[in-house]
Design a binder for this molecule. Structure first.
Ligand code: BG6
Length: 487
């Protein structure tokens, strides 16, 4: 059996925004868990950068308080804490960069990961400062989070600014959905089994649904979210990435350029949704209940109950104009304050061409493959079978279930654990290449423009529902239903 973890070279991880929300909720727990599992080599260090006046000791105390609940055992926790340091530096200013360089130079030749957990407006300036301080060495990599821009023009600007300092091969654009176990499993399911690929096209597939539903609201991110909305926050990146993995042609190999070359072909084949009426529904939640608790509406959550036309829900029908997918609609849907937290991809196969069974056997339901990303990761294939027992032939659709939690015991690593170590390894397969980000914006810009020209306010929906009724109508008009509404 190959080992479960692959060793990496010793590294320094420098997190700009080391006291921020992303670091506390995702990055530090991820690094700790990899350390606990013995995957972080000795001599590896983690530097937090922020404006806060803190030294290493006070930063460790901060991490103990805010992140400590993730610790699995005291020994590995202490080892992890000892790797932490903090430098007070204003990422927009000119002071402190020399100190950072000196600290990093104490151990020459290590892999250097610069993680920009900051506002995107700082990606360019921080890259320039890193370059100016001589820190963009060949063993350096820079990691940036979405949103990369607000539209194509701003994305290009940010990419240009980073590109002046770091080569594309050193630039890692994270989409954390690509690090989720089940998302990677989609690639395994398609290309490690002979069963599905012959059926994976317009010949046998009726349509595809991709749902990413959340029960949370703004989570204190109103400033950012109100300028973004669901299309920019979720569709431009996570949902389009999922769509690409469902739709791409078999890559030559599971390597960065082969996979990303195929993804970009899908993005470029997306049909514009601008002109078509009812192909894009936007919604905004009103007060209701989420997770069993009364919650305010979106505009009430914004400070001062500000009026806003930002969408917190979106449903769209997308076509892919290529040989494999012509005529197969992809229905995408995502929103906040929905009825349940669930992310899934549904592949709906076509009905058999002719039924040989008598009416008394009951109707035939077409096969359906459901890939659940969260919660309860797993795959379910709905098959028609004969109901056992006497009384003539009766047919029934039954689920063939592969629950990962039951099949694979042990802890599932979080997306960031995998992705952070891929950066250290220098493997960008699960990261977005510049042309992908820009192709996604090119398509989305046209849709947003068409929407804005229509000047329509988002449709209201009650918190705790499945979104505006127009989203149900979007799919029902085509004679289909959303998965949870059918089951
Ligand atoms: C982020 C979005 O990228 O993904 C958030 O900015 C969203 O608005 C989050 O809540 C969802 O991620 P996950 O992993 O909880 O499904």
């Amino acid at each position: 059996m190959p080992p479960k973890t692959i060793p990496v070279d010793p590294f320094d991880c420098v997190i700009f925004g080391g006291t921020g929300d992303l670091s506390v909720r995702k990055l530090l727990p991820a690094l700790y868990h990899r350390d606990h599992d013995g995957q972080v080599p000795p001599r590896s260090r983690i530097f937090s950068i922020s404006r806060k006046p803190m030294d290493a000791e006070s930063y460790r105390r901060f991490v103990e308080e805010r992140v400590g609940r993730h610790k699995a055992d005291p020994e590995s926790w202490d080892r992890f804490l000892a790797r932490l340091d903090h430098l007070s530096l204003d990422a927009g200013g000119s002071d402190g960069w020399e100190t950072l360089r000196h600290r990093l130079d104490e151990i020459p030749g290590q892999v250097r990961v610069f993680y920009l957990a900051t506002a995107p407006a700082l990606y360019g300036p921080v890259s320039a400062r890193l370059g100016g301080a001589g820190l963009a060495t060949p063993e350096a990599r820079v990691v940036v989070e979405k949103p990369i821009g607000h539209d194509l023009a701003s994305a290009k600007r940010i990419n240009d600014e980073i590109g002046r300092v770091f080569a594309e091969s050193q630039t890692y654009r994270i989409d954390h959905y690509l690090g989720k176990e089940t998302v990677q499993n989609l690639i395994a399911l398609r290309f490690a089994n002979s069963l599905f690929e012959p059926l994976w096209s317009a010949t046998w597939i009726d349509h595809v649904q991709i749902t990413v539903a959340e029960t949370v609201g703004l989570e204190g991110r109103a400033d950012y979210y109100d300028t973004a909305g669901a299309l920019r926050d979720m569709v431009q990146n996570h949902l389009l990435q999922l769509l690409c993995l469902v739709a791409l042609e078999p890559p030559r190999a599971f390597d960065a350029d082969a996979v990303r070359d195929e993804k970009i072909k899908v993005l470029r084949a997306l049909e514009p949704i601008g002109g078509e009426e009812h192909a894009l529904i936007r919604g905004q939640y009103r007060r209701g209940a989420a997770d069993g608790q009364a919650v305010p509406g979106y505009q009430e959550e914004l400070s001062g109950g500000k009026a806003s036309r930002t969408e917190t829900f979106v449903a769209l029908r997308v076509g892919i104009a290529n040989w494999r997918w012509a005529g197969v609609p992809f229905y995408l849907r995502t929103g906040k304050r929905l009825a349940a937290r669930t992310s899934e991809i549904v592949i709906q196969f076509k009905a058999v061409p002719h039924s040989i069974f008598p009416r008394s056997a009951g109707g035939l339901e077409p096969n359906r493959l459901v890939i659940r990303l969260q919660p309860d990761e797993g795959i379910t294939l709905h098959l028609m079978t004969k109901e056992p027992g006497p009384g003539g032939l009766r047919l029934k659709s039954v689920p063939l279930d592969l629950s990962f939690a039951e099949t694979f015991t042990g802890r599932f690593p979080e997306a960031y654990e995998r992705l952070l170590l891929d950066v250290v390894r220098g493997n960008p397969t699960l990261f977005m290449r510049r042309d992908e980000v820009e192709a996604a914006w090119t398509w989305l810009d046209a849709s947003i423009r068409a929407w804005e020209e229509g000047n329509e306010a988002p449709k209201p929906y009650m918190a705790g529902s499945w979104g505006p009724t127009a989203a149900t109508a979007l799919i029902e008009r085509d004679g289909r239903t959303w998965h949870e509404e059918a089951s």
